[in-house]
Design a protein around this ligand. Sequence first.
Ligand code: ADP
Ligand code: MG
Length: 343
Amino acid sequence: MKIGILGGGQLGKMIAQAARRLPFPVEIAIYDASPTACARTESDSFSVGSFHDAQSMLTFASGHDIVTYEFENIDPDIVTRMSNVPQGASALGILQNRLKEKEFINSLPGVQCVPYTLVEDQCPFDYPYIVKPISLGYDGKGQHVIADERDERYLKEGMVAEQYLSDVTEYSIIIARNIQGEIIGYPTFENSHVNQILDTTRFAQIDTIWEDAMRKKAISIAEALDYCGVLTVEFFFSNDRLYVNEVAPRVHNSGHVTLDAVQASQFDLHLFGLLGLPFPELEVDPSWCMVNVLGQHYRRVCDRDLPGHFYDYGKQSTKSNRKVGHINGRLCDLELLKRARIA
Ligand code: ADP
Ligand code: MG
């Protein structure tokens, strides 16, 4: 089985590692714009090419049985021309553009995002609100909370503004759908962010009514996109209301805890979904949690003997505020693991 992965970051790396656990031999090829992409070490072959170069991407894809993408900023017109990408191109076309994504979310019955508007010339909401670039954002890049008129210098035409929820709990739902349309999912994850970057994930302790509501919304999103593979839906829960924040047509940072907490990780389920393999009954141990490791934490984490598993992505550089690894440990050690990164 020849598997091609578009994108050589940590997600591509962990998909490749999961592919090696499949019960048959695989050949893994990775395509990335950077020759030093961290997934390279897991590949049998590695192609360096631009994500704007349709010809080289199509040549790459045609040499494989299936192709998957690990990030959403890939030209959907190029992916449309590939016949072997079960995730499909329509998820990319919609979800890589914040405005299209929100219109799509609100068009589904019973699914809603936070009130938003396109930034034009005047102030769109009462303070505080948040502005976000329409595309290419990750880890809060390019986003600004507008708390008063001094912050309005960050407003740029064409950005998306949305109401800022001050009292919010963040959850994510990770489901996998296969080519037969079967769906399986993990329990809900509760996520905490620092500076708009995911900091920790644990299994949520939440009323099943809300959990079921989130799951239903996530399933209707996956079905509306006729999506195959792992799909992640980020939710905001505020004042007894559930809003969809974003949808990622891929494995997700909040699912990294499944590498230890579940016998089948999100990377395994992603591949099972793409390949149409039967989904296993999931055995979940909710006592696990995950702590992200950013560039500024790296040295300390490497030098310590920590109660948990450190997944080092092997990044070429350890820049501040960039994800370079994560630690899966027990919830009872969460505070210790968080602190060990900084002191
Ligand atoms: P990215 O695409 O960079 O992940 P998100 O839109 O998910 O961007 O925002 C990153 C984080 O910023 C969220 O997980 C949340 O912590 C915070 N955030 C974003 N939008 C809002 C909002 N409307 N209200 C409150 N917090 C928000
Ligand atoms: Mg997000």
